[in-house]
Design a protein around this ligand. Structure first.
Ligand code: URP
Ligand code: ZN
Ligand code: ZN
Ligand code: ZN
Length: 466
């Protein structure tokens, strides 16, 4: 079976050109001048449209147990929603909870995902209990399981938290086996004090979730993580869901010094704010409770994050997709913001929301593709199988229509959520056609994807490090 995507404008980090893309079975087999390739079993006309590598969302949490409930998207619903939005690979987080074995946590995650995914998927491993067994398991995961990155938490004491000694040991292990350490950088013990004091004062509304997680405690933790990584002989360090200007400055300083320090941000920090969303009247703001929290619009965070995307101090945009319904899930925190499950859903909208940055002239077309696909592939050991329109790469292709319009709403999205964090947003651009390993998942507004098409991807070590 061959498939030809003809006459499209192919966009990659190194440039933009008009070409025909020929696919045989699951792979891209040729890029030719327009019109040179004549026959194919299926022909897709991409004239006037962009042809980009399928989106890679390097940070999702399908079915994550959290705060007495679980994220509302299963691997089946969440990966279908991702496909609708032009994302053809997710990297989810398998979870070791404190007191559990890493291998049990990983097996549980494979059981949730296997046979259910519409698109390809890989795992990072969350370490919620760094001890001798967990450190040994890190080698096995890297060498045998295709899991080459590990997330640690400086936040959430009693749940996922690691102290500085545990973090240092895990970093030293990663330095030895070549893995990447991903860090949730917020000072959890200090936040817990602020949360308790706020509740004592009767400050229970959702906005206090943000107020008790001040930017300074993200900046402090980011700085500490960078120092610990330096002590661990410059272990590669990746700061997840970076939201604060001060934390960005710490990352930029380390990068300017030539350190192996990287960071991602998420669309919610580029578009949404403490006052306008988390501070919505009544309990409404619970929809936007996530950690790190949305930041104040009266400070420069949003503007600085867009700049960081331009300067490459922020390398990647992921969603941190962790949806909870308002009814019955977010509502667990009525009268006590600390009981609101943390997370925002957005896996369906990342490609569009970042394209809006191109329309608004905040980032270039090439940078759009780099931050949503190519760099995640390189950073997390999937390149060049993923993240490129290139001969030999998987035929994960999105045709994107710059003349289309995307209206975001709970009424039309495909995520298993009873609200949208971006309700009413209108994007000047639209996902037109989505292809995963040569199979057309979305075309002419019709969805053809199926659970079980998506395969687990064993990852190599990062090819992004110097
Ligand atoms: O609020 C968030 N981010 N929930 C998901 C878990 C995490 O910390 O990434
Ligand atoms: Zn986190
Ligand atoms: Zn710099
Ligand atoms: Zn997360």
């Amino acid at each position: 079976m061959t498939l030809l995507v003809k006459n499209g404008t192919v966009v990659g980090p190194s440039g933009t050109f008009v070409a025909d893309v020929l696919v045989d079975q699951e792979k891209i087999v040729a890029l030719t001048a327009p019109g040179l390739t004549q026959d194919a079993d299926t022909v897709i006309d991409a004239s006037g449209k962009y042809v980009i590598p399928g989106g890679i969302d390097a940070h999702t949490h399908m079915e994550l147990p959290f705060g007495g409930t679980a994220a509302s998207d299963t691997f089946e619903t969440g990966t279908a929603a991702a496909a609708w939005g032009g994302t053809t690979t997710i990297i989810d987080f398998s979870v070791q909870r404190t007191g559990e074995s890493v291998f049990d946590g990983l097996a549980a995650w494979h059981a949730k995902a296997e046979g259910n995914c519409h698109i390809d998927y890989a795992f990072h491993q969350i370490l919620g209990g760094v001890d001798a067994d967990a450190l040994k398991a890190m080698d096995t995961l890297v060498n045998d399981e295709g899991i080459t990155s590990f997330k640690l938490f400086m936040a959430y004491p009693g749940v996922f938290y690691s102290d500085d000694g545990q973090i240092l040991r895990a970093m030293q292990k990663a330095r030895d086996n070549g893995a990447m350490i991903m860090m949730h950088a917020e000072n959890g013990p200090a936040i817990d004090v602020l949360v308790a004091q706020a509740l004592e004062r009767g400050e229970t509304d959702p906005i206090y979730h943000g107020i008790t997680r001040p930017a300074a405690l993200e900046t402090e933790a980011t700085s500490r993580a960078i120092s610990l990584a330096e002590v661990a002989r410059d272990t590669p360090l990746y700061i997840v869901h970076l939201s604060a200007s001060g934390a960005l400055a710490k990352v930029a300083e380390a990068r300017d010094a030539g350190r192996n320090v990287f960071a991602e941000t998420c669309p919610q920090y580029l578009y949404l704010t403490l006052e306008d969303q988390l501070g919505a009247p009544g309990f409404e703001g619970a929809k936007w409770v996530c950690s790190t929290p949305l930041r104040s619009k009266h400070e420069s965070h949003g503007r600085d994050l867009w700049r960081g995307l331009k300067t490459n101090d922020l390398s990647i945009v992921s969603t941190d997709h962790c949806p909870f319904c308002f009814k019955d899930q977010k509502e667990l925190g009525v009268g006590d913001f600390s009981k609101i499950p943390n997370g925002i859903g957005g896996v369906e909208h990342r490609v569009d929301l970042l394209y809006q940055g191109v329309v608004d002239k905040k980032i270039s077309l090439e940078r759009w593709v780099e931050t949503i696909s190519t760099t995640p592939a390189r950073m997390f050991g999937l390149y060049p199988r993923k993240g490129a329109i290139a001969v030999g790469s998987d035929a994960d292709i999105v045709v994107y229509d710059p003349d289309g319009t995307t209206r975001i709403s709970v009424d039309t999205h495909h995520m298993n959520m009873d609200h949208s964090a971006y309700e009413g947003y209108e994007i000047a651009g639209k996902v037109d056609t989505v292809i995963s390993r040569g199979t057309v998942l979305l075309q002419d507004g019709k969805y053809h994807g199926k659970p079980g098409h998506g395969r687990f991807l064993k990852r190599d070590l990062s090819s992004y490090l110097v």
